[in-house]
Design a protein around this ligand. Structure first.
Ligand code: FES
Length: 180
């Protein structure tokens, strides 16, 4: 008489185990599926091809290079401060700008602008760039990457959905930095 009871207990425990494992698998699958689908979400939404304002032109005096920040349009609100991306803005003259990625073209450390010497310097391996972003010395094989930009009214706007890299340049058939 104890067999049926033992069987039903075993069966109930088996079902409970399957239920718990299924729940854990579902919880683990949510971020993985979200990650795998994120490129689609970015392209379909405002993220991947987004143009983002860096602010009024008046924030960027002619002949100077200023640090600016923008919200990465390809991330979710829960990313917090990591969604803020810094960049260097050089206003050459009038509506002619250069907007540099902050990351060194060598291995990506954030470069800093030194106005007195008129150079960008990388703290990691000594990479140096001229004011126009071209390579001056050190390990980087090229100049700083630049964001395509345009001027909308009194706003400086950059193409911010993807980081400027050689791969992004090739994929886009290169959108040149521009004045609109
Ligand atoms: S990361 Fe800048 S020189 Fe290496």
């Amino acid at each position: 008489m104890s067999e049926p009871s033992g069987l039903s207990r075993r069966s109930a425990l088996m079902k409970l185990g399957i239920l718990i494992n299924g729940g854990i698998a579902a919880i683990l699958a949510v971020p993985i599926v979200g990650y795998l689908l994120s490129p689609l979400r970015g392209k379909a939404g405002q993220g991947f091809d987004a143009w983002v304002s860096l602010g009024p032109l008046a924030q960027f005096p002619e002949g100077q290079t200023r640090l600016s920040k923008f919200q990465n349009p390809s991330v979710s609100p829960s990313d917090g401060q990591t969604a803020e991306i810094p960049c260097w803005v050089r206003r050459v003259t009038g509506q002619t700008f250069q907007v540099f990625a902050i990351n060194c073209a060598h291995l990506g450390c954030p470069v800093r602008w030194f106005a007195q010497s008129g150079l960008f310097m990388c703290p990691c391996h000594g990479g140096v760039y001229y004011a126009d972003g071209s390579r001056a010395s050190g390990p980087p094989e090229r100049g700083l990457f630049q964001y395509p930009y345009r001027v909308d009214g009194d706003q400086l706007v950059i193409h911010a959905g993807e980081l400027p890299t050689l791969a992004a340049d090739a994929a886009a058939g290169r959108r040149k930095p521009c004045v609109g």
